[in-house]
Write a protein that binds this ligand. Sequence first.
Ligand code: B4P
Length: 315
Amino acid sequence: MQTNFENKVTETYERAFRRGELYFVESTIANITENDIEFEIRFAPSLAKKPTAEQTEESPLKHKADPFAPYNQELFVQEFENHVILLNKFCVVPNHVLVVTKEYEEQSNLLNQEDLATMWYCMMQTKSQSTIAFYNCGSLSGSSQPHKHMQVIPLPSNVRFSPPINAIIYKYQNKVPGEIFNFSELPYVHYVTLLDPQQLSGHHGHNYKETVSQYLTENYLSLVNTMAEGFRASSLTDPFSYNFLMTHTWMMIVPRRSEKYGQISVNSLGFAGMLLVKSEEELEFVKNVGLLRVLEGVAVSKDKDQLIDNIHISV
Ligand code: B4P
């Protein structure tokens, strides 16, 4: 049975779609296996025609309009404390929501406790499907809008869906929640931590929201701090660009060195194992070059000597 939140998301989605205020972008899926991990490549050719932030009707020249302030009322789902929850106007997967700060904040800011609380709220209130939440932080992270926004996307159940993390995490079940580690199967620098189900269970009475959001924030900040300590100041731009991903059971952070590899722009979902391509050429490029090579190309290779000596990366 759907929650009130899910009903609201679905109703808003259907109405906005009918009225032409929201675009569902058709896509097909190709699977590709590398290092025994099955990845999903989404091929969405019509997205290539989507206007960029610089070319919207309201703002044909260089001055960027902020699509989240004011936001389109047709895409509004609900308020949650310091945020508004909106539907993504250009969705590849239906019911993809954005968590947007009410007051303007930069997309390069750290997530705070309220941000994580609202992301978690959206995930917890989506009971009929699994979800993944993410934050494209900074100018090289694949984000296109500078107004702080997090995203929560349902994972489709009608396709054989196997993001690499879910496919390999069972090998790491002996890790203690809170411990920071990385997957030897992936060639780029990343930091992962398992979440403690006890801390996230509803056994904290009326303080549940506060306790859980504090717990999420501690884990997020420890990933960020470990990442920051892991690099010489000169090796990445300051402020850092990175992708942050969160499911019900783990969190991951991936520092970024560039937005694109060739023509392929990668956002957080690329690191969940869901890479988006917008043309046949891009699809062929990824198949020829290798998907892990594309991800490594926009992240930081474990092979590069950009890591300070005392950080142990098991490759
Ligand atoms: P950003 O953080 O700035 O960037 P993004 O998710 O990479 O989206 P981008 O806009 O660059 O989209 P792309 O063509 O690569 O997020 C901005 C968000 O605001 C986006 O979700 C955007 O669609 C949305 N938005 C823009 N104008 C809006 C408005 N007026 N009102 C409400 N929302 C607005 O990719 C298109 C979409 O596909 C993105 O949502 C992306 O997250 C998603 N996607 C990427 N890979 C995918 C995959 N493998 N499977 C399913 N979906 C995928």
